[in-house]
Design a protein around this ligand. Structure first.
Ligand code: HEC
Ligand code: HEC
Ligand code: HEC
Ligand code: HEC
Length: 341
């Protein structure tokens, strides 16, 4: 009797161990911990040695490209249809063309954006989009140092050698629903990638990263009309916070002191950087990405016919700083970053 029990116990323990090893999210030790805030506040980042290696490999930089002289013949003299890179020398202009090919369409080459019979031709939609991207990239590096600092961004920050970045979003109406009273549930209760597999709203992006909805959860008074945050706004705010944490590969305490989420005085400086990031993204989506809708072919548009847009993950891709803080923009003054020292 006793042996049967210990045998069954042994089998159960073995099965449980196997189940643990196969459970998604279980990581192999050693775990590397870094204290990022005051002791006792739980402001720590934990990452396993294995995941750190994966993150580092995913954020390796592409081959550098030789510098170009800013003097000599101007691109506007050499070429016929230069509308954005009007301040560059021909040498710098050609360097940008080589770089964007490497960063955006390395497999397709120049022909991804160009009619190779006539490079001045604007017939391909990809060239029109790329021209707007050049303006957007320069704008980010010049106007949003409050977020991107001197590190800046290049096309590679988002594209990583692919024409379509890995992380983009479209308006999401939520899963189809039965008729009657439950015809529209505003995307609640559908675990998906965008809400961290919770039941929170599936689209925190449209209200917060295109629109400027209030990000608040704490009702200070009984009625939503007085406190400012309805239940729907609260759930959307939490859904956005989950996206922000996942996009950066961090937990909530990377920005907040969890004993007081709302209080800025107890938050980390990173929360202020994130706040500027929200403002930046709203402008990028509203002024650059959303208006490209008429330019795209229909197969690039979302289920509701809107154009592809960016969120925190488009640049960050699971790292607290995109490309782990390595700056490519400093070597590309052509894209509006600071010249290399
Ligand atoms: C990702 C899209 C993209 C790729 C790839 C690309 N280009 Fe361009 N190219 C552009 C855009 C956009 C312009 C217009 C820039 C402007 O208006 O300031 C342009 C303009 C040019 C022009 C000026 C033509 C004229 O007379 O107005 C030349 C030359 C050129 N590209 C060469 C190349 C070469 C060579 C390659 C491959 C090594 C290449 N491009 C790859 C987007 C691209
Ligand atoms: C903030 C992130 C970001 C940066 C920086 C960025 N892009 Fe994009 N790019 C996007 C998004 C989002 C799309 C939409 C994806 C789609 O077309 O489905 C896009 C689309 C494109 C497309 C159209 C691809 C297609 O096949 O539909 C081209 C071409 C392009 N970008 C070129 C560039 C170039 C060149 C640069 C640098 C000057 C650049 N991008 C910088 C986010 C970015
Ligand atoms: C990258 C930084 C960052 C991370 C990570 C982050 N937050 Fe936030 N959080 C912010 C910012 C910035 C705001 C304020 C936005 C605003 O006021 O426009 C905010 C606001 C909030 C609020 C609203 C507070 C109020 O005044 O009502 C709550 C609650 C909150 N976050 C919870 C969370 C939770 C829970 C997590 C983890 C799932 C999290 N946050 C992760 C930056 C962050
Ligand atoms: C256009 C690309 C881009 C987008 C989009 C973007 N970021 Fe960033 N972010 C950066 C860059 C580049 C840095 C690094 C700046 C530096 O070196 O200090 C950064 C830094 C940060 C930091 C500081 C990290 C630290 O450890 O100091 C936080 C926090 C942050 N971003 C949050 C966000 C959030 C939240 C969003 C979405 C609302 C967002 N970012 C969207 C490019 C971007």
């Amino acid at each position: 009797m006793k042996t049967t029990f210990s045998l069954l116990g042994g089998i159960a323990a073995t099965l449980l161990t196997i189940a643990m090893l196969l459970t998604a999210g279980w990581v192999r030790p050693p775990i590397h911990g870094e204290q990022t805030g005051f002791r006792g506040t739980g402001q720590q980042q934990l990452i396993s040695a294995q995941n750190l290696r994966i993150l580092q490999a995913a954020n390796a930089l592409p081959e550098p490209i030789d510098k170009a002289s800013s003097s000599g013949e101007r691109a506007t003299e050499a070429y016929k249809n230069v509308q954005v890179l009007t301040d560059l020398s021909t040498e710098e202009f050609n360097r940008v063309m080589i770089a964007i090919t490497q960063w955006v369409s390395p497999d397709q080459g120049c022909a991804y954006c160009h009619n190779t019979e006539n490079l001045a031709d604007d017939g391909l939609y990809t060239k029109i989009v790329a021209r707007r991207m050049l303006q957007m990239n320069r704008h980010i590096n010049a106007a949003y140092t409050s977020h991107v600092a001197d590190t800046g961004v290049t096309c590679y920050t988002c594209h990583r050698g692919q024409p379509v970045p890995s992380n983009i979003w479209f308006e999401n109406p939520g899963a189809p629903h039965a008729g009657g009273m439950s015809a529209h549930n505003y995307g609640f209760g559908h675990p998906s990638k965008s809400n961290g597999a919770t039941g929170l709203p599936v689209d925190p992006f449209k209200p917060h990263l295109l629109g400027d909805e209030t990000i608040r959860v704490e009702g200070k008074q009984a009625l939503p009309a007085l406190s400012g945050a309805s239940i729907q706004q609260t759930e959307q705010s939490f859904s956005l916070m989950i996206h922000m944490s996942e996009a950066l590969g961090v937990n909530c305490a990377y920005c907040h002191n969890t004993r007081n989420f709302g209080g800025w005085e107890e938050s980390k400086p990173q929360r202020v950087v994130a706040w500027h990031g929200l403002a930046m993204l709203r402008e990028l989506n509203a002024n650059y990405l959303d208006p490209l809708k008429p330019v795209y072919p229909s197969n690039r548009l979302g289920p509701l016919g809107d154009s592809p847009k960016a969120n925190c993950a488009t640049c960050h891709q699971g790292a607290p700083k995109p490309l782990l803080g390595q700056s490519m923009a400093k070597d590309f003054p052509e894209l509006g970053g600071k010249p290399a020292p």
